[in-house]
Design a protein around this ligand. Sequence first.
Ligand SMILES: [Zn+2]
Length: 350
Amino acid sequence: MKYSVGVDLGGTDIKAGLVSSEGDISCNVVLPTDVEVGGPKVVAARIAEAVRQVLVKTEAAGIEVISNEIGVGLGAPGLIIAETGIIHFSPNFPGWTDIPLVDYVNAELAKLHPPKGDVECNSQAHANEKCKPILKGMDNDVNAMTLGELRHGAGVGYKSIVALTLGTGVGGGVVIDGQVYHGSQNTAGELGHTVVEPNGRYCGCGNQGCLEAYAGAKNIVERTEKKIEARRSTILASTTMEGASLTPRKIAEAAQAGDPIAVEIFAETGRYIGIALTSIAHILNPQIAIIGGGIAEAGEELLFEPIRAELSKRAMDIPARMKVVKAHLGNDAGIVGSAMLALESEKPVL
Ligand SMILES: [Zn+2]
């Protein structure tokens, strides 16, 4: 069994874990990112610390990682230049421009393992202690999640997939012929910014009517609040009157209890996703669309059925055969996918 360490870097937390080549995850660690404490080098040191803690847990668990080095993969938010290990820009890390994060992290990882001559690391008992962790690959976090789903989740057995993550924003990933597609300038896969309403709601990107402006968590809540103001709805109005703030989960629960506004909101959200997927299906003809993130928890009846209905209503015969399914890996997709970046890299990035 081969192992690597996957690291999912977020604006708030760093999540890391040991991942086997079969996609099993163990020895998880969560550390605060501490981005406000210092700059990129502080964050790089936090990432190295998370990796160190995963390896300590690995050893304590008696898992034998027998090799001279253990690969680490990193998923990070923003525009990532995968070939050079650079974060060009990230909305989660204001002020970071063209940061060579892979370099920084490897410098920190090297401090964990000062050179000890030519000591070989093939003794099982000391394998973990002596194995050097090396960051071998970094990609955009949604691309990493997409890779995780492709190798060990809902995408197993497929070669052409698209993935949507419905969270605060709407992220996207594209796999063509078994490889994550990055585009000419590393910006491919921004599926959340597919326009679904030309004169519609304003999006954080500056455009109008993007899918994200309808299906992002905050946008779902805002759309719901507008409807409540206009029409009153028994369940949802009482939730907001009690001073509790709305969340997509509360709206989904209200919909399941039959609240007409909540039902309408999910039907509309599904419809907008279906409109976006129609364009995507026509452009890329993928075999499967995998939809994850917290909002996908609304489930088959509330969300997936309206998506499929819209797709089959709008798309041409063959592209409309694209399957639409829920992601399998949940919150682990980022760690699993990041670990795959390391396992699948032939050699270090730098
Ligand atoms: Zn947008």
